[in-house]
Design a protein around this ligand. Structure first.
Ligand code: SF4
Ligand code: SF3
Length: 549
């Protein structure tokens, strides 16, 4: 075994990747990601102490969330990036120790923790330590499972907090919680029950973080509105932008205006099409292709440059590698990275010049998809929706938010969507939608049968909608609504979405296509008993179950 990672749904054999990631992550990168997390935990321990002394640096908060975000599946594959980040983390950690000493704190006690005291001389020291501090360093399988569940939730929180931060929105309480929870994963005295409580607290902060990002996005770019998105192509050369970062989207649209280059969205950037602030650009073309895992084909035929602003990057093929640019925390050795300038802005001129040398995209399909059903828009249609439920025109809603993935068993979601009775509506968010958003499932009295709220973080919108409907119908429990949850997960943002829903009291969520490998049998049992979490079966059986037939 040269590595151990089981943080995503595609982990090998639903047990763990041990030689190379199914995602393409090499063992040295996987181990260095573990060492980075280990270093961040030490910073968290020290920063909590520093906060008690009134020492609190925003750069430390930002460093923590950036570091966690960089280890999310399909974000960064670059060994050099992680070596540098670990060194920076050690410097931040040692700087904090020095400051604490100056403030009269006795750090000797904290230094008894190996994470707080280890040192290195060279890169090879880092590489030697890295395999020893990962997931398997926790021997007890239940504690390991809970610590990882919390850590993956924190990765999701950090990704969303990072996007909000980019737009100037932050919340001290979220930063403080990330530190508290990270530090707790090093606490040898914590019991299994205490970790279970921490998991729920992580979900609660997940809700707050998604609410913060929702506020950041909507107050900066307006409320998403019903939009028809073209899925064909135009005749100009184009730039394809993917990932989740709306600030990058804004800057790219601004800088390409009048250049003769069109901008298309891919994967999780599709929901940018629903925001009023972006729709105003005439060169903002449609959405090209589908979800992340098809990029090996779709980046090829796009012909022009691609900008990856966050997950999911797939190790690029040689044939189009020179056209893929990364930015933010995304990285891959050999790809050109666009950094943030000292003024906080990015210069995309190189990508624009590159696009001008390229052919227009090859058309993959024609037509349009409809989206933009975030909470604000849905609430404007509330009377219609409530009326349809009361009249029986809508029998049930199915929340099918989450991720897409490349494994064959995801066909379940397409088949499930197709098999749903015509008086049911799918509420979706995240790239899971690509399994059914082009099926033409029709509408119910003008309400489309697939309501897309946006990116995975907009699952928050779906929770807001559910809570508002609960009030409208005068119910005392969100679980009494005619809503079923059949959620698809892949990476750690979906983990925080799940924990957020649990913390809001949602029960009986079905999670697939497989349950997380990082849930030990006992932890899985707790989730089943406390929250009614279940996996997925066959489409036929699941439909009967959901519809009570
Ligand atoms: Fe394996 Fe997923 Fe980890 Fe990649 S992120 S190494 S596929 S478990
Ligand atoms: Fe998709 Fe990677 Fe999760 Fe934001 S882009 S949902 S998988």
């Amino acid at each position: 075994m040269s590595m151990f990672c089981f943080q995503c749904q595609e982990t090998l054999g639903n047990k763990g990747c041990t030689r190379i990631g199914v995602c393409g992550k090499t063992s040295d990168v996987a181990n260095l990601q573990d060492l980075l997390i280990y270093s961040l935990k030490a910073i968290a321990v020290l920063n909590l102490k520093a906060r008690e002394k009134g020492i609190n640096r925003e750069e430390t908060d930002k460093f923590l969330i950036e570091g966690l975000f960089s280890t999310v599946t399909n974000v960064n594959f670059d060994k050099k990036f992680f070596l540098e980040k670990i060194k920076e983390a050690v410097a931040v950690r040692d700087g904090l120790k020095a400051e604490l000493r100056k403030a009269g704190v006795d750090v000797a006690g904290l230094e008894k923790m190996p994470a707080v005291s280890w040192t290195y001389g060279s890169d090879s020291d880092l590489e030697a330590l890295a395999p020893k501090v990962g997931v398997l360093a926790t021997a007890d399988e239940d504690k390991r499972s809970l610590r990882e569940l919390v850590t993956y939730g924190l990765k999701g929180i950090s990704a969303y907090a990072f996007h909000a931060y980019q737009l100037g929105f932050k919340d001290e309480a979220i930063f403080r919680f990330v530190e508290k929870a990270l530090a707790a994963t090093l606490d040898e005295a914590m019991s299994v029950d205490e970790y279970v409580a921490l998991v729920l607290e992580t979900g609660k902060h997940g809700v707050e973080t998604m609410a913060l990002l929702d506020k950041a996005n909507t107050s900066t770019y307006g409320h998403p509105e019903i939009t028809k998105v073209d899925i064909g192509v135009r005749n100009n050369p184009g730039i394809l932008i993917s990932g989740h970062d709306l600030k990058d989207m804004e800057e790219l649209l601004e800088q390409t205006a009048g250049s003769g280059v069109d901008v298309y969205t891919h994967g999780e950037m599709l929901p940018a099409q629903y925001y009023p602030a972006f729709k105003k650009y005439p060169h903002f073309a449609g959405n090209y292709g589908s979800s992340w895992w098809l990029q090996y084909k779709e980046f090829e035929t796009f012909n022009g440059p691609v900008l990856m602003t966050s997950n999911c990057l797939v190790p690029p093929r040689e044939s189009y590698k020179d056209r893929v640019y990364t930015t933010g925390v995304v990285g891959f050795s050999g790809l050109k990275h666009i950094p943030e300038g000292p003024d906080g802005k990015k210069d995309f001129s190189e990508i624009i010049a590159h696009a001008k040398r390229c052919q227009p995209p090859v058309e993959l399909e024609k037509g349009e998809i409809v989206g933009g059903f975030a909470h604000h828009q849905v609430m404007q249609l509330a009377d219609k929706v409530v009326g349809a439920v009361k009249s029986g025109a809508i029998r049930r809603f199915f929340v099918m938010a989450g991720c897409d993935g490349r494994m064959k068993n995801r066909e379940y979601y397409t088949e499930f969507a197709k098999a749903l009775p015509k008086d049911t509506v799918i509420l979706t968010a995240g790239c899971a939608k690509y399994r059914y958003n082009k099926l033409g499932l029709g509408d119910i009295g003008g309400i489309p049968r697939v309501l897309d709220a946006g990116q995975c973080n907009d699952s928050y919108s779906l929770a807001v909608i559910a809570l508002k409907l609960k009030d409208v119908f005068g119910l005392d429990d969100v679980n009494k609504l005619p809503i079923s949850y059949n959620i698809a997960w892949y990476e750690q943002k979906a983990v925080i979405v799940l924990l957020a829903l649990l913390s809001l009291g949602v029960k009986d969520i079905h999670l697939g296509p497989t349950l997380p490998a990082f849930l030990s049998p006992n932890v899985g049992k707790v989730l089943v008993e406390k929250f009614g979490i279940a996996g997925v079966g066959t489409v036929e059986d699941d439909l009967k179950l959901f519809l009570g037939e």
